[in-house]
Design a binder for this molecule. Structure first.
Ligand code: AMP
Length: 221
């Protein structure tokens, strides 16, 4: 299965793609996670990307396309992948088409998670993550069962993304509206675009995504 999850920051791409990774046995690829790992490791890529990420902008297409080209050629992608946060511009979508064409891989679908902008700001500004296992939480919508303790691994350290601050969230939403939204008609024209209601409960969104996958003949491993 080769799938793209599209949608603005806070739409639930990360949550849904992690679920699909487990259910379908394919690799989840988040360019945001890859960049954050580079920043943490202090690599040249990380140094180049950090300022742009902190300001809520998009890092250069060239850098991202090189990173993705290398990533999807790794063995764990042989059974397929879910792209989360890539492509984010039309040139990135075009470059992905070329990469897939070279490897004779066909993109199954692009699933858009639709969410109202006012809800996004609220969702993003309250989210935090377990520092040990990466499980995601929210101050209002998804608190750990026991305050300060991760439900999944029992970890007690949590982190918040620096770019989840309210001021940066608006810049990120602008980047989505101006640079990423034009990808929707690009994939619509290819007949690959499906939309689901990202405002629904997490389980319901999952069910809607799976309904799309069944419709196009993709079944769980
Ligand atoms: P995300 O975790 O997907 O919200 O990404 C966090 C940040 O990483 C974004 O706000 C961008 O600065 C950068 N980023 C992630 N993916 C891309 C991409 N495909 N193209 C350009 N910048 C990206």
């Amino acid at each position: 299965m080769e799938l793209i999850l599209l949608g603005p920051p806070g739409a639930g791409k990360g949550t849904q793609s992690k679920f699909l990774e487990t259910r379908y046995g394919v690799a989840q690829i988040s360019t945001g996670d890859m960049l954050r790992a580079e920043v943490k490791a202090g690599t040249p890529i990380g140094l180049e990307a950090k300022g742009i990420m902190d300001a809520g902008g998009l890092v250069s297409d060239d850098l991202i396309i090189r990173m993705i080209g290398e990533r999807i050629s790794r063995p764990d992608c042989a059974k397929g992948f879910i792209l989360d946060g890539f492509p984010r511009t039309v040139p990135q979508a075009e470059a992905l088409d070329r990469l897939l064409h070279e490897t004779a891989v066909d993109l199954d679908a692009v699933i858009e998670l639709k969410v109202d902008e006012a809800v996004l700001v609220e969702r993003i500004s309250g989210r935090f993550t377990c520092a040990k296992c990466g499980a995601g939480y929210h101050d209002t919508f998804r608190k750990p069962k026991k305050e300060g303790v991760c439900d999944t691994c029992g970890g007690t350290e949590f982190t918040r993304r620096p770019d989840d601050k309210a001021e940066t969230v608006h810049a990120r939403l602008d980047a989505y509206n101006v640079q990423t939204a034009p990808i929707l008609p690009y994939y619509q024209a290819q007949g690959r675009l499906y939309s689901v209601d990202g405002m629904a409960e997490m389980d319901e969104v999952q069910a809607q995504i799976e309904a799309v996958l069944r419709k196009i003949g993709v079944t769980a491993a």
